[in-house]
Write a protein that binds this ligand. Structure first.
Ligand SMILES: Nc1ncnc2c1ncn2[C@@H]1O[C@H](COP(=O)(O)OP(=O)(O)OP(=O)(O)O)[C@@H](O)[C@H]1O
Ligand SMILES: [Mg+2]
Length: 438
């Protein structure tokens, strides 16, 4: 791919030589003989690298580094200084230039420099994209009546020690809310241990929860702490509790009743003082009716119920939520046009806040920083996907299934990419697909 170079140099002969050499080398060179011309060029075109002379008719190139950086923080910059101007070169590096060369410039050397500097530029870009993605989430409450009610309940939950059950569709923020409650409570100085009950079955799950002593089963070559141990004085967060198998449910119920437990293969009774938070996207009442979930366990874990409504039922929260998420993604204030906001309003968000976050993340990654976000980046939010969602009689499973199918189709059946877009692991996606096909 051709690389775009901005050459800022007032000497016409030097420019001529540069263009002749580098045009052959697969570069597309844009020439600027003054800083004013360079400014114009940066404002209107994208460049992969800038080669900057220091002494220019309308100013000092060093001061121009800041201008260029403000426009694109990752633009690789090579500064060219007069012979013997090492202090200037040092100053340029301090201001953020990536490399410098002194005149007379040998084009072959410059060519190597350019390639190296470009590599650094690509790495920087990847890094800042990664940083954007790694930014820590914080739980956003919102302004809708439903969410204000939830905040009051969640604060009450945090102030108390009773078991909380969080329900809601996938991506509504159940996991985040659980951690938020832990953080706001008296146990925040201790661990919040999270276990996803859908990822482990039967004995594997009980091993994880209770731990084991050496020799408890064939592969148990050492004593192992269970999560109940680790959660002592902290919080035990059991995610997808609806997927806990019935035998483990019985064991766990006993822990809640006796406030004590045994490691697998042990006779010693251990105590753990943990606070319990559970979450599920499934309807526990239905599971109880179909005898897949123990009623006595449900009563125990459901002392306080928090239901997170789907995003489509709290559209009032969208503007604030969008700006909150964009901020958390490291957006430097990119704005969404009214037209795009309307698209977001009209869409039904089957994947809820997780999907909203993925969509915004994608749009931000496709937009150069500072530039307005374009409509095309939201093109897959076609309202044609709405009808299957506005039918409220659909179950969460239906909605999930439809959404998974849409995403899979969009990704051309590519499991890796579909899983990424759905923000679930490949293993989870495979499992869901298997369930869907049953
Ligand atoms: N209130 C919120 N504020 C900010 N981000 C949120 C909020 N709720 C959810 N998110 C974002 O959506 C993602 C999904 O949230 P979370 O994992 O808590 O949902 P969930 O309800 O547990 O979903 P699932 O049922 O699929 O496990 C999070 O990674 C977070 O980035
Ligand atoms: Mg979750």
């Amino acid at each position: 791919m051709e690389q775009n170079v901005l050459l800022v140099e007032d000497n016409a002969a030097t420019r001529f030589g540069f263009v002749r050499y580098f045009s052959k080398d697969g570069y597309d060179v844009f020439e600027a003989s003054t800083l004013a011309e360079a400014s114009m060029a940066l404002a209107t075109r994208h460049f992969d690298i800038m080669v900057l002379d220091i002494n220019l008719p309308d100013g000092n190139g060093i001061n121009f580094i800041d201008t260029a950086r403000a426009n694109d923080p990752n633009l690789p910059i090579i500064v060219v200084t007069g012979e013997g101007d090492i202090p200037l070169a040092v100053e340029a590096m301090k201001r953020g230039a990536d490399n410098f060369l002194t005149k007379p410039v040998d084009n072959a050397a410059l060519s190597i420099f350019m390639r190296k500097t470009l590599e650094i530029g690509i790495m920087k870009q990847q890094q800042s994209a990664r940083k954007r993605l790694e930014k820590k989430d914080d739980f956003f409450i919102g302004v809708s009546g439903a969410m204000l009610e939830i905040r009051d309940l969640a604060l009450a939950a945090a102030a108390s020690d009773i078991p909380v059950l969080i329900t809601g569709e996938t991506g509504t923020g159940k996991g985040m809310l659980a951690k938020w409650i832990h953080q706001k409570g008296a146990r925040s100085g201790y661990e919040c241990v999270e276990l996803n009950c859908s990822s482990l079955r039967g004995e594997m799950l009980s091993r994880e929860i209770f731990g084991n002593v050496r020799g408890a089963f064939t592969s148990a070559d050492q004593d192992r702490k269970g999560l109940l141990d680790v959660a002592d004085r902290g919080t035990l967060f059991l995610d997808e509790i609806g997927d806990m198998s019935i035998d483990v449910q019985a064991q766990f119920l006993k822990v809640l009743e006796d406030k004590s437990y045994r490691r697998l293969g042990d006779i010693k009774l251990l105590k753990s003082n943990f606070r319990l938070i559970c979450a599920t996207h499934r309807n526990l009442d239905l599971l109880v009716n179909s005898e897949q979930f123990r009623q006595d366990l449900m009563y125990r874990i459901n002392m306080m119920a928090l239901y997170l409504p789907p995003l489509r039922e709290r559209r009032d929260d969208l503007p604030a939520l969008v700006s909150h998420i964009m901020h958390s993604l490291g957006s430097s204030g990119e704005l969404l046009s009214d037209e795009i906001m309307k698209m977001l309003y009209d869409y039904s968000w089957p994947g809820n806040i997780r999907e909203l976050k993925n969509v915004l993340e994608r749009a931000l990654l496709l937009t150069p920083s500072g530039a307005p976000i374009r409509r095309v980046h939201f093109e897959n939010l076609t309202p044609s996907r709405i009808p299957f969602l506005s039918q409220n009689q659909r179950t969460v499973q239906d909605v999930e299934e439809a959404h998974i199918r849409v995403v899979l189709e969009q990704m051309g059946g590519n499991i890796d990419r579909a899983a990424k877009s759905l923000n679930i692991s490949r293993a989870t996606l495979y499992r869901r697909l298997k369930q869907l096909n049953n």
